[in-house]
Design a protein around this ligand. Structure first.
Ligand code: BES
Ligand code: MN
Ligand code: ZN
Length: 502
């Protein structure tokens, strides 16, 4: 997708296959719609009177309006003016997504010029618009023998129409949003790919490809089983041992230009991703019904890769490290058994009471490995617990941290990016549930507060730096008819990094 900006000065003379303008409920035209109405001799107002009420998300395509160069004008409903939330860009993003979907579904539309929204900071607005355009036009066809040509994206170019004075800020927002959209696309496709294709090796190859594409700023190192065992990552290695697919530990290093020069005292931000490319549960095997969905258990890893893609494309002046612990969780004669005790890289021993609580077993060693970077912050991202889905559904990512500054920064970033998180408790009292009679710690904490005890487990390995954990089990993908990866929490992570760079 190509993004550009253009000024409103002569909206009616823009040559495009479609031009989107907003209409509020009760027939109140947005300034852009007003402009087009005047150029087209009242044609918009006439339609709004009779057949378009401006309901939020509704669209109507008008063709060949006299006096307007665009081949089509798409009216986009913005809902009631008083409900239209001008302080955030949520309404704006929704409106833009509606315009994209309408344009996307209209045969012959390859370029869309849109001015459907107003009243918010232009940079945030264009950023949100580009993100929503990328999301609305995403299409997966990697594993179809015969791709559905009708469903393929036809939109090639989106122009955001802005006031003349705003162009520089608008372009900045578009560039940021475009990079975030590209990152989300990568994250979604990796999540959607099946477990037999998106293996640990495939994730490593994807990281290597990224490093080749962004040679100047991105480096990657891939550790195999022998290296992982030599490091003493006995917990991570034990999960991989049940599978025929070899594990991969992926280390990404992004170094932005300005960051190289400034000898900042603070260490890098480290992003740690859970990369279970398929989670059968292992010997504590999962029920069959929706087991296919456990191909999404690498969405933490995918969001790290998506974030690095966006980071590198935007050339942010930061140092960021990405760590991905990738393997399968399978039952076999060599798999972990309930009751097994393994030794983590930190030296702490772990009693595995349930082999399905494998995410924390791979993450704990990655968290210990992170210490060597003397990080200013470590954020792990994982589809860690079904309990988090029960607690927060698919609306909010679960945020766990004992560090108020880091937690606040992530909550704020999530709100700004409309990719929200909700802070969960981490009181020491929950740690008691992880007591084991046979090891330093058990890998499950019983039926109560499952998302919290999982976070408490990780906290034992993250004492050397400010740390936060994002449980994305409910937000990284959706089930049902529209099953698929969402690309979350790439917007949250990128907003956090943009805020760090500012
Ligand atoms: N990958 C799952 C968590 C998950 C469940 C993600 C549903 C997305 C949707 C994780 O490895 C897991 O199996 N967790 C167990 C932990 C339990 C055994 C303590 C769970 O949530 O049931
Ligand atoms: Mn599991
Ligand atoms: Zn899992």
């Amino acid at each position: 997708m190509e993004f550009s900006t253009q000024t409103t000065a002569s909206l009616h003379q823009i040559k495009t296959s479609a031009l989107a303008v907003g209409v509020f409920a009760d027939g109140i035209l947005s300034p852009a719609a007003e402009l087009i109405d005047r150029a087209a001799n009242g044609a918009v107002r006439a339609v709004v009177k009779t057949e378009f009420r401006g309901r939020a998300g509704a669209t109507l395509v008008l063709r060949s309006l006299q006096g307007v160069s665009a081949q089509r004008v798409i009216l986009v409903g913005l809902g009631k003016r008083e409900d239209y939330n001008a302080r955030t860009h949520a309404s704006a993003e929704q409106a833009f997504a509606s315009a994209c979907v309408a344009a996307q579904l209209t045969e012959g539309v390859s370029t869309l010029a849109a001015n459907v929204i107003d009243d918010v900071s232009i940079r945030a607005r264009t950023r949100a618009a580009a993100i929503s355009a990328g999301a609305a036009t995403y299409h997966y066809d990697a594993t179809f023998g015969k791709p559905d040509r009708d469903a393929q994206p036809k939109l090639k170019k989106i122009t955001q129409v802005v006031e003349r004075t705003d162009t520089a800020q608008a372009q900045l927002g578009l560039r940021e949003g475009g990079a975030i959209a590209n990152g989300m696309t990568l994250t979604r496709t990796l999540g959607n790919l099946p477990g037999n294709i998106c293996t640990p090796t495939y994730l490593a190859d994807t990281a290597r490809k990224l490093a080749r594409e962004f040679k100047g700023s991105l480096k990657v190192e891939v550790l195999d089983q022998a290296k992982v065992e030599a490091l003493g990552m006995g917990s991570f290695a034990s999960v991989a041992r049940g599978s025929a697919e070899p594990l991969r530990f992926i280390v990404l290093r992004y170094s932005g230009k300005a960051a190289k020069k400034s000898k900042t005292a603070a260490g890098p931000v480290v992003l740690v991703g859970k990369g279970i490319t398929f989670d059968s549960g292992g010997i504590s095997i999962k029920p069959a019904a929706t087991m296919d969905e456990m191909k999404y258990d690498m969405c933490g890893a995918a969001s790290v890769l998506g974030t690095f893609r966006a980071l590198a494309e935007l050339e942010l002046p930061l140092d960021v490290v990405g760590l991905i612990a990738a393997c399968e969780n399978m039952p076999s004669g060599t798999a972990n058994k309930p009751g097994d005790v393994v030794t983590s890289m930190s030296g702490q021993t772990i009693e595995i009471l349930n082999t399905d609580a494998e995410g924390r077993l791979v993450l704990c060693d990655a968290l210990t490995y992170a210490e060597r970077f003397k990080p200013s912050a470590v954020i792990d991202i994982a589809t860690l617990t079904g309990a988090c889905v029960v607690a927060l559904g698919s609306v909010n990512t679960g945020l766990f941290s004992k560090n108020d500054d880091l937690a606040d920064a992530l909550l704020t970033a999530g709100r700004e990016a409309m990719d929200t998180a909700w802070r969960m408790p981490m009181d020491d009292a929950y740690q008691d549930q992880l007591k084991s009679n046979f090891a330093d710690i058990a890998n499950i904490g019983g039926p109560q507060a499952g998302a919290v005890t999982a976070a408490c487990f990780l906290s034992r390995f993250a004492k050397a730096y400010p740390w936060a954990h994002l449980d994305i089990a409910g937000t990284a993908w959706k089930g049902g008819k529209d099953k698929g990866a969402t690309g979350r929490p790439v917007p949250l992570l990128m907003q956090y990094l943009l805020d760090q760079a500012a």
